[in-house]
Write a protein that binds this ligand. Structure first.
Ligand code: SAM
Length: 291
């Protein structure tokens, strides 16, 4: 469905405008994956850079509704978000948002943790440094497209030692219920070089100054793009900032639509995409997909 619609839908572009307004102009069920990191909740700001905490859920819900409408039935919505602390405690708007989105009809399928493995050290009186963010997974139905083999990881050195001495129990325990060939029967791991990852992603934050205060690393959208889409599929980032999701799409042969409200970030995203294309021999991804 999404691929057919993409023939008419203009893809591989950043649209300058308000996310909700632009979303309303997109057709139903045209997107395979929505991946985004929305503006932060921040009581000190009421601009595009931050939404007051008390208004956050009400502000986001109409956007979530439109995201649900434009997403294909077997598509996935990944929301990278982390509740901030205010007045010495974690705020609850992300939890409230999840509950309200379930009422909209979303399934809260999974929660991935992005462990920022290189985050800055620091000292706070009542907590330690914050080294992770949520990547919430929402779906419209239980059966959705997922390409698990695309994100398999090397089994690692530990396996040689562990697999060298297999007990009788290791050889006879039941296989996992999903029939993956892994599970508790450890002898099934013999001769495997790759295993499925966990739902904790150990990825470094972006170190290079990309001109946006909140850009995520290229590896973050890339991982989810590989997991939930195939070449030619369409990925939407309704708060695209510096264009990271678009670059991840280009590098993975996916199509993208990005939305950005601020002119300076819109220009930055366009420039990042042009730079990527120049450094990667033009638009080879597009040409190979669209004869
Ligand atoms: C957290 S940043 C996203 C950063 C992005 N992931 C990157 O790697 O650069 C959120 C972005 O949403 C934009 N934004 C905020 N409110 C918006 C709205 N209503 N419509 C469209 N974009 C908006 C902000 O200007 C900001 O660039």
């Amino acid at each position: 469905m999404a691929t057919e619609i993409s023939q008419q839908l203009q893809v591989d572009r950043i649209i300058r405008g308000d996310s909700l307004t632009v979303l309303k102009s997109l057709p139903d069920s045209c997107i395979n994956l929505v991946f985004t990191s929305p503006p932060y909740a921040d009581n000190r700001k009421s601009t595009y850079e931050g939404i007051p905490i008390k208004e956050y859920v009400a502000w986001f819900l109409p956007i979530a509704w439109e995201v649900k409408r434009v997403l294909s039935d077997d598509g996935t919505f990944i929301l990278n978000i982390k509740e901030r602390t205010e007045g010495g405690e974690r705020q609850t708007y992300v939890i409230e948002l999840i509950l309200k989105m379930r009422k909209q009809g979303w399934l809260w399928t999974e929660e991935y943790i992005w462990h920022k493995k290189n985050c800055y050290p620091g000292k706070w009186p009542n907590r330690f440094r914050d080294a992770w963010e949520r990547c919430l997974q929402f779906n419209k139905q239980k059966r959705f497209k997922m390409y698990q083999e695309a994100v398999m990881v090397p089994i690692g050195d530990w396996s040689q030692k562990r697999l060298a001495k297999l007990s009788e129990t290791d050889r006879t325990r039941d296989e996992s219920r999903v029939g993956s060939g892994f599970g508790k029967n450890i002898s099934n791991w013999l001769d495997r070089q790759f295993v499925y990852p966990t739902n904790v992603l150990h990825l470094a934050t972006e170190c290079a100054n990309r001109g946006h205060s909140a850009s995520f690393p290229l590896s973050l959208p890339t991982w989810f793009i590989k997991l939930f889409t195939q070449a030619g599929d369409i990925v939407l980032d309704p708060f695209i900032g510096s264009g990271t999701t678009a670059i991840a799409c280009l590098a993975q042969n996916r199509r993208y639509i990005g939305i950005e409200a601020m002119e300076s970030y819109y220009e930055l995203a366009q420039a990042s995409i042009e730079k990527w294309r120049a450094e990667n021999d033009g638009n080879t991804a597009q040409m190979s997909l669209w004869p």
